[in-house]
Every structure is written in C-alpha cells, then in structure tokens.
Design a protein around this ligand. Sequence first.
Ligand SMILES: Nc1ncnc2c1ncn2[C@@H]1O[C@H](COP(=O)(O)OP(=O)(O)OP(=O)(O)O)[C@@H](O)[C@H]1O
Ligand SMILES: [Mg+2]
Length: 324
Amino acid sequence: MSAPLVHVRDLEVRFVTRDATVHAVNGVSFDLAERESLCILGESGSGKSVTLRALMGLNPPRRTKLSGTVRVGGHDILAASERRLADIRGGTVSMIFQEPMTALDPVFTIGRQIAETVMRHEGLSRASADARALELLELVQIPSAKRRLAAYPHELSGGLRQRAMIAIALSCRPKLLLADEPTTALDATVQIQILLLLRRLQQEMGMGVIFVTHDLGVAGEIADRVAVMYAGKFIEEGPVRSLMRAPLHPYAQGLLGATVHSGMRGERLTTIPGAPPNLERVPKGCAFAPRCALVEEACLPAVPTFRSPFPGHAARCVRVRDAA
Ligand SMILES: Nc1ncnc2c1ncn2[C@@H]1O[C@H](COP(=O)(O)OP(=O)(O)OP(=O)(O)O)[C@@H](O)[C@H]1O
Ligand SMILES: [Mg+2]
C-alpha cells in the first residue's frame, strides 16, 4: 500500500500570548488518501482553520507551538524550513480562502499573478507562463478569459475573484487542495457553481481535498469523509453518508440536528445551546460534557477514546460501543 497523501498524528497547536496559552488543536490524527476529500465540520473556534493552516506550515511561527507529525506528499511539514515550505506551498499543497482579496494582490492583474506563481514554482518562461495563465482561467470557467487576464482583482465580481483565486491555487497542479469556507462570501447560486467546479477539478486533476464549510449540503456533495471537530479535537469521523445519516456523538447529532435529510443545500449547521469551552484550559474529560444532555460519570475522568461501531466510522463518546 502506498503512503497516504496526508498523514497527521497527535497534532497539537498552541498559541502562546503574554497572558495565556490558547490550546487551539489538541491531538488531531487522520490520514487522507490521494484523490480523497475530507470535510471538517464544527462550530466557530473549534480549530478547523488552525488545522488547515498547520498542514501548510502557515500559523504565525514565533507565537505558535506545534507538536506531533504532519506529512503531506511525503514532506515533513513541522520540520521544514521556511524556504522549503515556500516550495511545498503551491507545488504540493495550496489553499483557497473564504475571502479572495486576502490571497489576491490588488496591484497586479490576474494574469500577472498567475504567471508569476508558475514562473516561480515551475521555472517557466514568461511566454509559457502567460499561456498557462490563460489555460487556467479557462479551466475555472472565467468567461472571456483572455480579456480577464488584464483585469485587476477589484474589477471582477465576487464569484469571478473566487474563480481567479482557485486558478492561482491550481496553477502548480497541487496534490492537495485546502479550502477554508471557500464559498460562504458568495450568494447561493454562485456558491453551487464554484462547488461543482471544485468537485470537477478535483476529479480531473486527481487532487486530495480538505475543506471546511458550515453548509451541510456542500459537505454532502463534495466529501468522501467527514470529520467533526470540537474544542481542538476530532470527536467523530466517518464516511459522509453514514455520518450524515446517523451521527454517533451527541455533539455531532446536535450540530447536524434536524437538517439531516436529502436536499440539504444551503442548510446551515444547527446551533447547540451553551458555549464551547475556553481553550486556555483543556478539559480533562469529554470537552462537550458540560453541554451534553446525556452526560454521565464516565465522561468526566478522561477524554473518551474513539469507538467504532461500523467500519471507518468512529466517535469519542462513552455511549458508543465498538463493533463486537
Ligand atoms: N494566531 C492566533 N493567536 C491566538 N489564538 C488564535 C490564533 N489563531 C486562532 N486562534 C484561536 O484558536 C482557536 C481556533 O481557531 P480557528 O480559527 O481554527 O477556528 P475555526 O474552527 O476555524 O472557527 P471559524 O468557524 O469561526 O472559522 C480559536 O479560539 C481562535 O481564537
Ligand atoms: Mg475558520
């Protein structure tokens, strides 16, 4: 069996500030196969973005304490130098963000930005880089692509900017694409178009994808597997159908709530009463216990281990039983 595209073990990410340490990611482990897509779901502040950024070595270096193992396409991300990371980003893994303006440079044309990226990473000549830029704009279905090469980011609509950012992210044919709520800033029809585009590109280019969304319909349409994150931990992971149809963890059940049915497009995650724990202290037992209607003694002394009643589907909850 070949090595997985992504291999994460016991990932911990802490932010050390003068007054406190924020335990943002607390022991995340997972693998992603080539061409596989994983969706991470969870409330605001659960550590989704920090996890994605750790896969690219993107958290602010001085204040961030990282531990565990992160391998992407065979590269040891936590041990890599900044210079090495710069090669890995774009070449092996790239990321698209919720707000394209954070990734696009306002002072250069779209064509120039794509061309620069491929020249830097692939050593193409200016002429071949320009040709590649056009190809990429056509790939992401930007109408009148040739004319759009000369456009500045502010001259494009939100949807086109998002497509341009995807074009840049894909420009060096990454093996892994990270997408952090890539469509929430867009209106519903444009969202669907972008997502269908992403799914098609994933299949055509054979990329692995890890994405974060608050939209269950989106998760259902793109993901092979879903991980549910709470207080910096994966608390449930499973195949998309099984997890959406029958979530195991009370938190996942609450989050997916009444919205788990077909035709979920546009359905947002349900809000659960109460607030997530303060990440300045990691709770000893199940972090969801204080909000859980089903809490019992056994939840408190230690974080429950993963239990797996069905192949590939597991949750950290004492109420879940392993398959016999
Ligand atoms: N640079 C940083 N310094 C200090 N704390 C941080 C930093 N970045 C993130 N955090 C904290 O880490 C925790 C996890 O943040 P993260 O951005 O991963 O949440 P998220 O799950 O992506 O939430 P959302 O759904 O709102 O995007 C939060 O408590 C956040 O305040
Ligand atoms: Mg986030």
